[in-house]
Structure formats: structure tokens, C-alpha cells
Design a binder for this molecule. Structure first.
Ligand SMILES: *Cc1c(COP(=O)(O)O)cnc(C)c1O
Length: 225
């Protein structure tokens, strides 16, 4: 568990970018991590966590939230429309809005509930066929569509292709956000969060650098169902 170390690296990156310390939010991505590691980060005082699956998040966090009622959860992974109802009850932000059908579903749920998680539109900056997200050239139109639905649009999210220089992707995401007047930039993971902060990230999503590699300590990683 490297919580202090990661916080210090985030602060250093903020200072290097001429940004105020503590302005970048750390989304601690706890997917597939053993509970004792998650508890260690909770004990260190951190309260914002990211998960990529709705069911895994519900199983883990429903009991933990009884102990830590001020925990805030963000969904960072893809969302199926038929899981949207459960997702809006669990998460205060969804980083993976990527299609009109899901936007309409979230808008209908917002109407019904009188409240909605903040949403980030995922942009497939590398145009990778296996990756979710709208194509960069479709982003402006989709942003307008989401705004017309009255969803609380916080910003944009991307996951750069593994083999490419992430800075190019972060710069592209920021450019799309700027021309659309969007503040939020969910970008930067374990291997590239300092670069992302340099390019204006407001939310960094960090898993393995914080908790350790996923899937180690197999037995402990499995939450009983
Ligand atoms: C798993 C995941 C992360 C965290 O990845 P690390 O490389 O472990 O920091 C961030 N964002 C998304 C969307 C993820 O699925």
C-alpha cells in the first residue's frame, strides 16, 4: 500500500505544472484488490474509490459503507444499460458514458430520482476497435446531445493506447474539453498519471501503483458472493 507515496507524487506533479496542491482528485481504483489493501487506504483517510464493475462494487461496498458512510464511489468501467439503475444508486460519478442509448437511460433515471451522478464522456482517443468511447470527431455532437438531456456533464475521460505516447492523447482530450467549455478531465492511470496532471487532469484513476498488482493474493482477492 503506497498511499503516502502516491499522494506525494500527485502533489509534486501539481507543483511542477504550476497547479495548486490538492486540486487533482485521486480515484483509488480498488477493483480486484483484496479487502485488506482497501481497508489500509480507508484507514489512511482516503474516501474516493473507483470500480469498473457494478456488481463487484455493490458486493464490496455495501457492507464497507456501513463502516465508512462518507465513501464516494466512481464507476470507471463500461456500463450496460440494464445495470444503469443499480449504478446510479451506487455511484456519484460515471466516467464511461459512451453512447446515446445509455445517456437517454441515465436521463430517464435522473428524471425519476430527481438526482443524477455526474457523468464523464469517454473518448476513444486512439480509435481502438476493442475500446469503448466515442470517436474524437464525434465527441462535440455527443457532448451537445448529453447537455440537451440535462445530465450533469462533468467532463471527458480517456484511456490511451498502451503502446503510444500518452501525452498526445491527454492533449487531444484537453483540446476537445476546452472547445466545449468542459472542466473535468479524467485521465492518467498508474503508469502515466504525472503526465496526465501536466496536461490538466482533474481526476487520476490509480489502481496497481497504489494498492499493488491486481489478482495477487488470489484467495484474499475473492469477495464471497
Ligand atoms: C483498472 C482501471 C484503472 C486503474 O489502472 P492501473 O493501471 O492499475 O492504475 C483506471 N481506469 C480504468 C478505466 C480502469 O479500468
Amino acid at each position: 500500500m503506497n498511499y503516502r507515496d502516491i499522494i506525494e507524487r500527485i502533489h509534486a506533479a501539481e507543483r511542477a505544472a504550476g497547479r495548486a496542491e490538492g486540486t487533482v482528485r485521486l480515484v483509488a481504483v480498488s477493483k480486484q484488490q483484496p479487502e485488506e489493501r482497501v481497508r489500509a487506504v480507508l484507514a489512511a483517510g482516503h474516501r474516493l474509490f473507483g470500480e469498473n464493475r457494478v456488481q463487484e462494487a455493490a458486493t464490496r461496498w455495501t457492507p464497507l459503507r456501513e463502516e465508512y458512510p462518507d465513501v464516494e464511489l466512481h464507476l470507471v468501467g463500461p456500463l450496460q444499460t440494464n445495470k444503469a439503475r443499480q449504478a446510479v444508486a451506487l455511484f456519484s460519478a460515471i466516467h464511461s458514458l459512451d453512447r446515446p442509448k445509455l445517456a437517454r437511460k441515465l436521463a430517464a433515471l435522473a428524471q425519476e430520482r430527481g438526482t443524477s451522478p455526474a457523468v464523464f464522456i469517454q473518448v476513444n482517443t486512439g480509435k481502438e476497435p476493442q475500446k469503448a468511447g466515442v470517436a474524437p470527431e464525434e465527441a462535440d455532437a455527443f457532448i451537445a446531445e448529453v447537455r440537451a438531456l440535462d445530465l450533469p456533464l462533468a467532463g471527458l475521460m480517456c484511456i490511451p493506447p498502451v503502446e503510444e505516447e500518452p501525452a498526445l492523447h491527454f492533449a487531444l482530450l484537453r483540446k476537445i474539453a476546452e472547445r466545449n467549455g468542459l472542466e473535468g478531465l479524467s485521465m492518467g492511470m498508474s503508469r502515466d498519471f504525472e503526465t496526465a496532471i501536466r496536461f490538466g487532469a482533474t481526476h487520476v484513476r490509480i489502481g496497481s501503483a497504489l494498492f499493488g498488482p491486481r489478482g495477487s493474493q488470489e484467495g484474499a482477492a475473492q469477495t464471497p458472493r
